[in-house]
Ligand binder design. Structure first.
Ligand code: C2E
Ligand code: CA
Ligand code: CA
Length: 511
């Protein structure tokens, strides 16, 4: 028998078998699919690997026979197995499209076994896009409209990959294992750039040939979503796969979509929540990655699934040496800032926008940004980022913010009753006189006389009674008075806030 006869014989006898290699979601370590890999196992239990028979089948332009036979085996397996949401990535050779109508052939098989197209992903190598003779774009569109995902396989192994990404769109980019094999500084830089680029192009990312824990943690850190390789599992026959899946968390269709939403978040961006620009924070002030964490909220429980180095470093600034301590605090109802934190999470869940809450912990002011990424049942996935105001950004931000804050006041004056002094810090100068330049006692009297409505004068003087002020103020006192505003009067909120060293802040603010 020549090779082709032997192959056809093997097909007839069922020697061609699908092996399955699980695909693992980096953030959750859930199983999000399996790749199907062909094996030729003869009577004597000898296993022949694809590298031996695939080149020959391609040479003979018979590879479509293998690809369709594998699909048929997958359908049979799927119909028997209990995991109805599991997805299968099958390898399709570019030559197939030249030889036969693959769309027709594939949909016929799926129809025959009553299997839905959305559990089948087609892995295609870039060489497929180089065949001029066929309208591959049109073929891809047909597949996509019918519900298939199209993945680009072996990215980074060939010559013209970037052009292919320019001209075609793919659901998932599979990074070739040669990029990961030699895990040095240069390859880390290349992988990071590929991930960054994929996100910008709207593709999910998968790394193949992952064998070590070091590779896994690096890929997770930079936001590579899916991991395939010996580290998690080798390709295995169907019965071993069922065994494997029974020990793992296999994603449901809803969970698949839930976790997929993370793909839209670019971990490598300086503004991953796209929030800083809305809040006039200039993300360019730092060339570093923004602090980023992924938080899962489920029935009152907070879990941190991911955080980057910048997040950990910023946490230290507000007094958390470990994320563990933070997780313990935000899950502890007696934690001082618990209510505030949970309220922010709940607002995040209920609003489809970035939420910002400013906080003060351990004397550090910081803005906490949160954004809902996805939800499934009672589970919510939330991205968290924050900005502390005490690093090198301090001056820039404080200045910028304080100007805005001042503008909400008519006047801000620092007073020191014991010294009978007042220093006006800010005023819209709507009053007849600048009262900050006189002695405090005199200033109070003059202000009461000239600026406060006569009916409120008594009350104002009582409010400002310097003899009892100290006893009356714990943090601050405030009241509403009718005060001159140009030619008429307006109600204003007047507040005296205690500072340190016997000083107080006297503010007037429009209602
Ligand atoms: P591929 O699509 O890139 O598949 C991944 C290959 O990497 C598989 O080799 C898999 O066993 C191997 N692999 C997975 N994880 C690791 C790892 O951690 N370390 C290392 N060193 N290797 C790992 P396999 O099964 O020998 O398949 C080789 C190639 O044959 C596949 O490369 C694919 O291009 C092709 N192939 C396999 N099955 C089919 C098929 O049904 N149809 C077509 N057209 N091609 C197929
Ligand atoms: Ca593949
Ligand atoms: Ca591959």
């Amino acid at each position: 028998m020549n090779f082709l006869e032997k192959f056809n014989d093997a097909l007839d006898k069922g020697y061609i078998k699908p092996y399955f290699q699980p695909l693992t979601r980096s953030i959750s370590e859930t199983v999000c699919g399996v790749e199907v890999l062909a094996r030729w196992i003869d009577d004597g239990n000898n296993m022949v690997f694809p590298s031996e028979f695939i080149p020959k089948l391609e040479e003979n332009r018979m590879i479509y026979k293998l690809d369709l036979a594998i699909l048929e085996e997958v359908c049979k397996f799927y119909n028997k197995c209990q995991y109805k949401d599991i997805t299968f990535s099958i390898n399709i050779s570019g030559i197939d499209f030249e030889e036969i109508d693959m769309f027709k052939a594939i949909t016929e098989i799926l129809n025959k076994y009553n299997v839905s197209s959305n559990i089948i992903h087609l892995e295609i190598t870039e060489s497929t896009m180089l065949y001029d003779a066929i309208d591959i774009k049109n073929i891809f569109n047909k597949f996509r409209e019918a519900g298939f995902e199209i993945w680009i396989d072996d990215f980074g192994s060939g010559y013209s990959s970037l052009n292919v990404l320019r001209d075609y769109s793919f659901n998932v980019l599979k990074m070739d294992m040669t990029l990961i094999n030699q895990f040095n500084l240069n390859s880390k830089k290349i992988i990071t750039s590929v991930i960054n680029m994929s996100k910008k192009l709207g593709m999910h990312t998968l790394a193949e040939g992952v064998e070590t824990e070091e590779q896994v943690s690096f890929l997770k850190k930079i936001g590579c979503e899916i991991i395939q390789g010996y580290y998690f599992a080798r390709p295995m026959p169907s019965k071993d796969l069922l065994d494997y899946l029974s020990k793992k968390n296999v994603e449901t269709k809803d969970e698949y979509m839930y976790w997929n939403e993370i793909g839209r978040l670019n971990f490598l961006s300086a503004d991953p929540l796209e929030s800083f620009k809305n809040y006039a924070i200039n993300a360019d002030v730092t060339t570093e990655l923004a602090p980023l964490a992924l938080v899962e909220y489920e029935k009152g429980e907070i879990r941190y699934l991911y955080f980057n180095d910048t997040y950990a470093r910023e946490l230290k600034i507000i007094g958390y040496d470990s994320i563990k301590k933070l997780v313990a605090d935000v899950n502890d109802e007696s934690f001082e800032h618990y209510d505030r934190y949970i309220r922010q999470i709940e607002n995040t869940i209920n609003h489809n926008e970035v939420q910002r809450v400013d906080n003060l912990i351990n004397n550090v002011v910081f803005s906490h940004f949160t954004k809902l990424i996805a939800s499934v049942n009672d589970r919510y996935l939330i991205a968290s980022s924050f900005y502390t105001l005490n690093s090198k950004r301090t001056d820039y931000l404080v200045l910028k913010y304080s100007q805005t804050l001042y503008m909400t006041y008519d006047t801000v004056t620092e007073i020191t009753p014991d010294m009978d002094s007042a220093v006006q810090i800010y005023s819209t100068a709507g009053f007849a006189k600048v009262y900050g330049t006189v002695s405090l006692r005199k200033g109070i009297l003059e202000f009461a006389e000239n600026e406060v409505h006569p009916s409120d004068k008594e009350r104002y003087l009582k409010f400002f009674n310097l003899d009892t002020l100290k006893e009356r103020i714990n943090k601050y006192i405030q009241d509403i008075f009718t005060v001159r505003s140009g030619d008429s009067y307006e109600k204003k909120n007047i507040r005296i806030t205690k500072l340190d060293n016997g000083k107080y802040l006297y503010t007037i603010q429009a209602l």
